[in-house]
Each structure stands twice: as C-alpha cells, then as structure tokens.
Design a protein around this ligand. Structure first.
Ligand code: VG1
Ligand code: CO
Length: 539
C-alpha cells in the first residue's frame, strides 16, 4: 500500500561540493530524509522507465535510509533499483556499476571522510546518468523542490533483507540485491597488470592498506590479499563499521595518525595507502615519506606508460584550481591538454565525456581517471604498486626523481574551521572587493602579480562562479581562498598555499611555506576576523 504523507519543508537541504551532508541527528529528524528523496524524484521525469543504484559506506543510519529509499522509490513508480549487498557500495564502484548497466542515477549514502555515528555526520551523494555527481543546475532544481514540498509517497511494508543476492518486488519496482565488488574488481584487472603487482606483493615487499573501517575494507581484502597474494593482515581496519570504530575516516597526516606513525617508525613497511570512508580518497606513504596529493597526480600522469590501459597514450589532465601546479609541468612536457576547474569532482565529468582528459585530481587526496566519473582510492593504490613493480624504486625515490626533473611545488592547505557563517561570507566578500588593488603589492618578499575570482566556463554546462579567489605572485607562488561545501558546523575557510622551486628539493613544507602562510593571513585579515592566529588543521 502506498502512503501519501503530509510534510513540511526543511530549508537547509542544499547540496554542497559532494551531495547533501549533515549532522546525523539532523538527517534523522522526522521526514527529513524522506523529503529530500522525494524532492529528487520530483525532478526526474518518467520514473517508470528509470533505474538507480543504492548503497553506502556502511555508516550509522545507512541501513535505515536504504530501506526508506527503496520504499519511496517504489511508491514513486521507479522501474528498478540495484542495491549493494548489505547496503554497501564504494563511491568509485557505484560509478562503475551505474555506467556499466546504463542506469539513470545512484544514491550513495555517505558523508565521505567525515566521521560517522549518531554524533557524526550523514550524507547522500546523488549521481546522474553521467556516472558522477549531479551538475549544479540539477542540485539547484532539487533544492527548489525541498523548499516547497508538502507530501511524499512511501510504500507501507516491512523492511527488506539485503544480506542475500537476489531479486524481489516492492510495489511495481524490481529490486535486485547485487554483489558490489565483482564488477569493480574486474574493472581494476582490465586496467592494471595484476601479474606484475602479484609478483611484487609475493616477493617480500611490505605493504599495508588502511581502510579506516570504511567501505573499502572488503574491496581491499579481495583485491590485495585474495587476488594479488599480499599476506593476510595487509588490510588494516578492514571491516566497515557504523562509527568507523571511532576513527575520523579521512586519510591524511592528522586523522590516519597510527598509519603515519607506523610509516615513520623503524618497523615501517615499504609502502602504505589509506582510503576514506567511501573509498574515493587516498593517501600514499613510503618509508618516512609522505606523497603530497598534488604531487601524486603529477607523478601518476608522468608514469602513465607503465599501465596497460594507458600505455598507448592518454588525453589531457585536469586538476582543481586549489591543487598545486605540479601536474601542469608534466602536461607541458608530455604535450597533453591541461585544464583547471573549480573544486568538486563533478567539474571533471564534461572534460572526460568530451575526451579532453584521462586523469584528474584534487589536493584533497583525490585522484582518478576517465574509466569512471568519481575519484578512486584503490585505483590510485594499484597505480602506485604498478609503478613500484615496474621501476623497483622506493616511493621516496620515485618522488625525488620527479622533483629533480620538474622542480617541486611545495604545498599546504590551511583550514580555519567552525567560523560563524556570516563572518566567513564577509571575509570572502571583502577580500574579493579588494583583489584589484592588490596587484603590485609586496608582502614578506612576495610580490602579487595578479588576483582574481575563479570563474569557470564549463564546455557543456553553465559558467560557474563563487569558486574561490586566487592570488598569483611574480615568483610562481599562489594562494587560493575558498569556503568548504562539505562541512556540517559553521563555515570552514580553506587557504591553499604553494611555492615552486627548482632547488632545495628536500626541505620541510612547513618551513618553506612559513612566510607565505603568514602572507595569506595578512591579505585576508584572518586572525582579526576569525579570532584564530593559526589554522585548525594543516594538511
Ligand atoms: C572537499 C574537498 C574537495 C572534494 C570534496 C568531496 O570539499 O576540498 O576537493 O571534492 O570534499 O570529497 P570542500 O568543499 O569541503 O572543500 V569526498 O571524499 O566527499 O567525495
Ligand atoms: Co570520499
């Protein structure tokens, strides 16, 4: 039986950089999640012809939300839903399953690298038929729906068992519970030379993979331990847990601390990788060595010929504006296309669809390629393993050789968190106002050559503004300012700082960027406006 439930709108259901992201307690409010799902369905015509994928990273409330999606989709007459077994699917695997089956969209329940649990965060990433997250025009249409919604439809029936693969019906909607691993694993086998990686991993080479109790645990165990022969125990924190075992599943130097400590100890294995909650981010570490994500994109691009799927050539490469220029040097040397887009993976999609790029990446520990429309932590890990298997170099040697060839873009991101929204908005607005007057000014020896807002003209969709502000210096250094679109408490100001050098390759980034960090605070008047002398998080 279909219930038509009267409801009233919540006014905060605007999607950010990667879907809707909220405190779990907010997402659990009466009708909150139902309203949002109904609002999405209200924007999609001909639902009786449409099929979607549903899954999540296993965090708290996923199991409940998935049941709601099934019942709301069925009440709205959706043709078919594919559901990941046990309600799991990683973000990269979801993109592949969507594209492979020509689905019309997917709902991945995840707040990505944000903590989970009842006191943590909950979220939903909505992808369209492109295989990637919906475009700004679509999220705007959905937001409009959320502001006026008065009712939603839901099938009144008991919950479904999602622990077995199989097919059943809810109302007229066909529900197929699928294995969320098998297709993705085959895809990885079609890209990389598994034999050479297997040889490496069974030769005494020591590798650990930290799944941070997120969704990649089962993927990683199957790929690295079962198929590639790495010893049992290679995958750490490999069981998806509702609260990520208390971890903040964000693979960076701060939140993956136990892995970092291991890699800087005398027991360090040769190579380590970590993934975030939904499996799209990666951190790469060698013995006493950390690979900056911006460098990661540059190094992978530079080594594309080592990978079977790319050995015959690649299209161009793209990065978010906030990411360092390291990959630009590589693109110039390889004579391939190079693009800079706003933050958010959705901006890479049209560049992939039009064969402008093969690889892309963001400074926020995201790298990926055009075989899907999301970033992919396991893909990045397999890519690094392939480079090691073919070159027999350590992670540090690979990075240092790269810098010797191209120079080094020292890079840091400063995050100022939980700033009252109005103060953050005013800081950005005032800074934007003052940009034209900054040209020619010198601060701590750095002279500003130009300063402007980032405006992006997407080749297919609309022009996009409010993407951040960029300051260029005469010596090639840059500072980018923008407000986060994934936070759940107040506003987060992100300041991205980079400095390019061709000597002094092995210094500490904090030392090399000390003055420029100071300059970033002076230009935007950060301490006086936010009451923060220093950032809360530096990555
Ligand atoms: C952050 C990152 C951005 C990334 C986004 C989603 O967004 O900076 O690069 O695309 O998270 O990542 P923001 O707006 O907070 O800076 V994930 O792993 O959710 O898909
Ligand atoms: Co993520």
């Amino acid at each position: 039986m279909i219930d038509i439930v009267k409801t009233s709108p919540y006014l905060d259901q605007k999607m950010g950089t990667a879907g809707l992201r909220k405190k779990t307690s907010i997402a659990m409010q009466k009708n909150y999640f139902e309203n949002f799902m109904q609002s999405i369905f209200n924007t999609i015509p001909e639902l009786s012809k449409k099929s979607f994928l549903v899954g999540g990273d296993g965090r708290y409330y996923n199991a409940i939300a998935i049941q709601k999606i099934i019942k709301i989709a069925a009440a709205n007459g959706v043709k078919k839903l594919y559901v990941g077994k046990d309600g799991l699917v990683s973000t990269p695997a979801s993109s592949h399953i969507l594209l492979k089956n020509h689905l019309d969209g997917s709902f991945v329940l995840s707040a990505s690298h944000n903590p989970g649990g009842i006191d943590g965060d909950f979220g939903i990433k909505y992808a369209n038929a492109s295989g990637g997250q919906c475009q700004p025009s679509e999220s705007a249409a959905i937001f409009e729906q959320t502001k006026t919604i008065t009712e939603y439809k839901i099938v009144d029936c008991p919950d479904f068992d999602l622990s077995e693969i199989g097919t059943f019906k809810c109302n007229q909607t066909e529900i197929e519970v699928i294995d969320p691993y098998v297709d993705y694993i085959q895809l990885m086998q079609s890209i990389f030379d598994f034999n050479s990686i297997k040889k490496l991993l069974t030769s005494g080479f020591r590798f650990v993979f930290d799944a941070m109790n997120g969704v990649t645990g089962p993927y990683a165990k199957k790929i690295f331990e079962e198929i590639l022969g790495a010893p049992k125990g290679t995958v750490l924190n490999g069981k998806p847990l509702e609260d990520f075992g208390g971890l903040h599943p964000d693979p960076n130097l701060i939140y993956a601390k136990s892995l970092v400590d291991l890699m800087y100890s005398d027991k360090a294995p040769d190579f380590a990788a970590a993934n975030d909650g939904d499996g799209d981010r990666n951190m790469i570490l060698g013995k006493q060595f950390f690979v900056c994500p911006s460098d990661c994109l540059a190094i992978l691009t530079n080594n594309y010929k080592l990978i079977p799927a790319y050995k015959n050539g690649i299209f161009g490469v793209a990065k978010s504006a906030a990411t360092s220029l390291a990959v630009k040097h590589v693109a110039e040397a390889l004579k391939i296309g190079y693009y800079e887009v706003p933050t958010g993976w959705k901006y890479f999609i049209h560049l992939m669809d039009t064969n402008r790029i093969t690889f892309c990446g963001e400074e926020s520990f995201g790298t990926g390629a055009s075989y899907i429309r999301e970033k992919d932590g396991i893909w990045a890990t397999l890519f690094w393993l392939s480079i090691i298997a073919k070159t027999h170099k350590s992670i540090k040697e690979i990075a240092v050789t790269h810098w010797q060839q191209y120079g080094r873009n020292y890079y840091l991101r400063n995050d100022y968190e939980a700033i009252p929204q109005d103060i953050a908005d005013k800081l950005m607005a005032d800074l934007e106002q003052k940009l034209p007057a900054l040209t020619g000014k010198t601060l701590k020896g750095y002279t500003i050559s130009k300063a402007h807002p980032l405006i992006y003209n997407d080749p297919v969709d609309n022009t996009s503004t409010k993407n951040g502000l960029i300051i260029h210096f005469t010596n090639g250094s840059r500072i980018v300012y923008r407000l986060s679109g994934t936070g759940t408490i107040g506003a987060t100001l992100r300041v991205y700082i980079e400095r390019y050098v061709t000597d002094k390759l092995l210094e500490d980034p904090q030392t090399m960027l000390k003055d420029l960090e100071e300059v970033s605070r002076i230009i935007a008047d950060i301490p006086a406006r936010t009451n923060k002398e220093k950032p809360d998080i530096i990555t």
